[in-house]
Write a protein that binds this ligand. Structure first.
Ligand code: ZN
Ligand code: ZN
Length: 250
């Protein structure tokens, strides 16, 4: 049973949060409805929300339609530079709206739910890979100033707290302001992120790192970052995304 299915057993946050909750009632991080103190999700979301389960693509972590396939359609036809990745939820329905609010409507507090879910579902895998640092996918500085925060960084910090793994937000930077990947086709996506990232140091001290982001689509961003990091001496680049598309056609 996952943590959000255990009713009322846990409380989101500290004593300070508990006092604050009297004035600002806690909200469901999926639908944004008011929830009772002591629960993570509202009743309908608790029933509705499902984490990704096996079978998943061995490379990118997308859920697969049947367990005979090892790789999704996308990973069968192209080689990725990252070693392996996992995602927590399918990018659809209420969760999709949740991610939208997390990114664009200032709902940074959702990060604690996403991070808790990622830690519960992927924490063991990350530990087995001896990951030394969590690295958020960087945002172009001007864009970050306008939005006020980088959602990948907010998620990275929450995940770092859950797993006790250091977070390094300065390891890579975005040196070109790119068009949002969702507006482009597959080839355009690769070109869009080409030369978009730079490593802050020529030689990176880590051997294994995990990149984190909110959504994984084709992996072009992860591959572009992996290329930069592998060149700088990192041996294995993994990732965790909050959400991902399906690895099969419906
Ligand atoms: Zn809800
Ligand atoms: Zn795949």
């Amino acid at each position: 049973m996952l943590f959000w299915e255990r009713f009322g057993k846990e409380f989101m946050g500290s004593a300070k949060d508990r006092i604050l909750s009297l004035f600002f009632p806690p909200r469901c991080p999926v639908c944004d409805g008011v929830v009772l103190p002591g629960v993570w999700l509202c009743e309908p979301c608790r029933k509705e929300i499902k984490a990704i389960r096996e079978p998943v693509c061995k490379k990118c972590g997308k859920p697969l339609g049947d367990d005979r396939a090892e790789y999704c359609f996308d990973c069968q036809k192209r080689k990725h530079l990252y070693s392996q990745g996992k995602a927590v939820f399918v990018y659809e329905g209420a969760l999709r709206n949740s991610i939208y609010r997390f990114k664009y409507a200032g709902k940074r507090e959702y990060a604690s739910f996403y991070a808790r879910a990622a830690a519960e579902l992927c924490g063991g895998w990350l530990k087995s890979k001896n990951v030394e640092a969590i690295v958020p996918v960087p945002m172009f500085p001007r864009k970050q100033r306008l939005r006020g925060y980088n959602q990948a960084e907010v998620f990275a910090k929450a995940l770092g707290r859950e797993l006790q793994i250091p977070v390094d937000c300065r390891l890579v930077r975005r040196v070109r302001n790119t068009v949002p990947q969702k507006e482009l086709n597959e080839q355009e996506r690769v070109l869009n992120v080409k030369n978009a990232f730079q490593s802050a140091a020529n030689i990176v001290k880590y051997r294994q790192i995990v990149l984190v982001d909110d959504i994984y689509t084709t992996g072009s961003t992860m591959d572009a970052l992996a290329e930069v990091l592998l060149t700088a001496g990192v041996k294995e680049v993994y990732y965790i995304c909050i959400s991902i598309g399906k690895g099969y056609r419906q």
